[in-house]
Design a protein around this ligand. Structure first.
Ligand SMILES: NC(=O)C[C@H](N)C(=O)O
Length: 583
């Protein structure tokens, strides 16, 4: 560990004073406020440019223009000429970067030589209107006008892994710690922030309270057996959550090494805990990490991902399907949150004119190794924009109708009870070949979902009311189904080029039906008193049980959809998947 004195010496040796270009003494990074009330961090590049562009009052107001300003950031690119150097400075606060004009005269050549891609610098100069195209303002660093260049951290151009050329996603995944410095990953991180902020605002506006639920849990909410267990390092871990969920009064006492006194797991979904809060606060939501030990290596799966989950009480069954009210909330939320980011002005090309610069940057990003061609990307963006431009609800159909459509497309005979026509859906002229036969009672495969969203509807589509046997125990059983034909009040929202984005359902509030579903799922025994571990969940219905519903939306998939990102590994800062966890 360095002592304070060593740190000081190191800083002053390699740092500020030696590097001052104008030789007029030290550069003050900022003026400190005299009272906490007045405290403000110095403006970021985004704040400076926003002020410069609009002339509107911002953190430093119009006064920032034509007065000396100090800006910190990293050199994104630099072009050196005889009397002047042009650098683009970024601090990651926005995608554009600030152009800095470094007047060479007088500036020590040594310092300019040290300004290479990636160097951390502090520049002092004047923000002026830019005569050039592409930016409204630029920073002129002129020592005669008290300008200064300070190198805060050098960056060896020879060994720096983030070179200016296009880097493949695979290469960047191998440099996870540095990849946020690229335009694509930085834009993705800012888009996550934007979506998070807009989702919070939307939820707030609809009266939802944001709550925090535990990540360590005793249940496997989805019952798919894809949980990670949690144990103290060096001690054996519990086998499976079923041992906890079936824990009865006669069960063996907890193993002494279990930290929590019972098996513990990383949560696969926050739904069950959210239900507890929804039965007290009415409307709740969370955006939290979830973990699934899925060995699948597809471009849509991560072992650690973020999910937006909402749960609300007092759902009313109106006309139509019981789950329609839940679909309405999801669609209204997506339209309110995403729609404005995709708006364009008719005068420019679609990509440049997208309202959100990070969305535009992500859509225009491509590498030679990309699976999606530029033409295909253009098409995908059009499909996305059309979904949000349309004024009609996105299509909704039942699982039964979906299977009928798929069977007809594959020229398979209609199943006895499956035929409920969907308005406007025609049978394709050519037979569609599926690897898996679409059959009532079987899961819809990715190829089926793709066909429905991309070919049949070319739009997000809600597939509702799946067979009870395919879905988790907590979903409400629909009236009217008998035996194997029973369905539950749920939906999957399938979106083109992504697949399932959101899943949701009306929750079973009838204690007896819920208990029966739990017995079927093997969570509790059929006999009295065998539901101790799940009593809390049954209590939510037993005491003031109210009709309620909820949904879960994969956050990385949302980012992939909105930004046209090929793989969810590029939709989170530090991705984890089977076989891979750097850092
Ligand atoms: N909250 C959630 O995760 C939603 C749940 N998986 C459902 O489909 O209903």
């Amino acid at each position: 560990m360095l002592t304070a004195r060593q740190i000081f010496t190191r800083t002053s040796r390699g740092g500020l004073n030696r590097n001052i270009a104008n030789g007029s003494g030290s550069v003050k990074p900022r003026t400190y406020a005299t009272s906490p009330k007045e405290f403000k961090l110095s403006p970021t590049i985004k704040q400076l440019l926003d002020v410069g562009a609009s002339g509107q009052a911002g953190p430093s107001s119009k006064a920032a223009e034509e007065t000396t300003t100090t800006v910190c950031g990293w050199i994104k690119s630099i072009r050196k000429q005889k009397n002047v150097a042009f650098a683009v400075l970024t601090d990651g606060s926005e995608d554009r970067g600030l152009q800095a004009v470094l007047l060479r005269e007088g500036a020590e050549d040594g310092i300019l030589r040290r300004l290479t891609n990636g160097t951390a610098v502090q520049l002092r100069g004047k923000l002026v209107e830019s005569p050039g195209k592409g930016q409204s303002h630029e920073l002129v660093v002129d020592e005669k006008e008290a300008g200064a260049i300070v190198v805060l951290g050098e960056c060896d151009p020879e060994s720096y892994p983030i070179q200016k050329k296009t880097l493949t996603p695979e290469y960047l995944r191998d440099h996870t710690h540095l990849r946020a410095r690229t335009t694509q990953i930085a834009s993705m991180l800012r888009l996550r922030h934007t979506l998070n902020r807009r989702l919070s605002a939307w939820m707030d506006g609809e009266g939802f309270t944001s709550v925090q639920t535990p990540v360590v849990t005793g249940n496997d909410a989805e019952g798919a057996g894809e949980v990670f267990s949690v144990s103290v390092a060096g001690q054996s871990s519990p086998s499976s959550p079923s041992s906890s969920t079936t824990q009865s009064s006669e069960a063996a006492p907890p193993e002494p090494e279990e930290f929590f006194g019972r098996p513990a797991f990383l949560t696969v979904s926050h739904q069950l805990h959210l239900e507890a809060f929804a039965t007290a606060l009415s409307r709740v939501w969370t955006l939290s990490p979830c973990f699934r030990a899925e060995p699948s290596l597809t471009r849509r799966h991560l072992a650690e991902f973020w999910m937006l989950e909402a749960e609300w009480a007092f759902t009313h069954v109106g006309e139509g399907r019981p789950v329609d009210g839940v679909c309405n909330v999801v669609e209204a939320m997506l339209r309110g949150v995403v729609g404005p980011l995709l708006q364009v002005s008719s005068s420019s090309t679609p990509q440049e004119a997208l309202a959100d610069p990070d969305v535009a940057a992500l859509w225009s990003y491509t590498t030679p190794s990309a699976l999606t061609s530029p033409e295909q990307k253009k098409k995908e963006m059009e499909v996305l924009r059309r979904a949000f431009a349309s004024e009609k609800w996105w299509p909704r159909l039942s699982y039964t109708q979906a299977v009928a459509i798929l069977r007809r497309a594959a020229r398979l005979p209609a199943e006895e009870e499956g035929e409920i026509p969907v308005e406007g859906v025609e049978t394709p002229k050519k037979r569609v070949k599926f690897e898996f036969e679409p059959r009532w009672g079987a899961q819809l495969q990715a190829e089926h979902e793709k066909y429905l969203a991309e070919v049949v509807f070319g739009s997000p589509v809600f597939v509702c009311d799946y067979p009870r046997t395919l879905k988790p125990f907590y979903m409400k059983v629909n009236e009217g189904g008998v035996g194997e034909r029973e369905t539950v009040a749920c939906f999957d929202l399938l979106v083109p080029y992504i697949g399932e984005l959101v899943g949701g359902s009306v929750r079973e509030e009838r204690v007896e039906v819920l208990r029966e579903s739990m017995v079927r799922a093997g969570l509790v025994g059929a006999e009295e008193g065998s539901d101790e571990a799940w009593q809390w969940y049954l209590d939510l219905r037993q005491y003031g049980g109210a009709p309620h519903a909820g949904f879960g939306m994969g956050f990385e998939r949302l980012v992939a959809w909105v930004g046209g990102v090929e793989n969810v590994r590029e939709c989170v800062g530090m991705p984890r998947w089977a076989g891979r966890m750097l850092l």
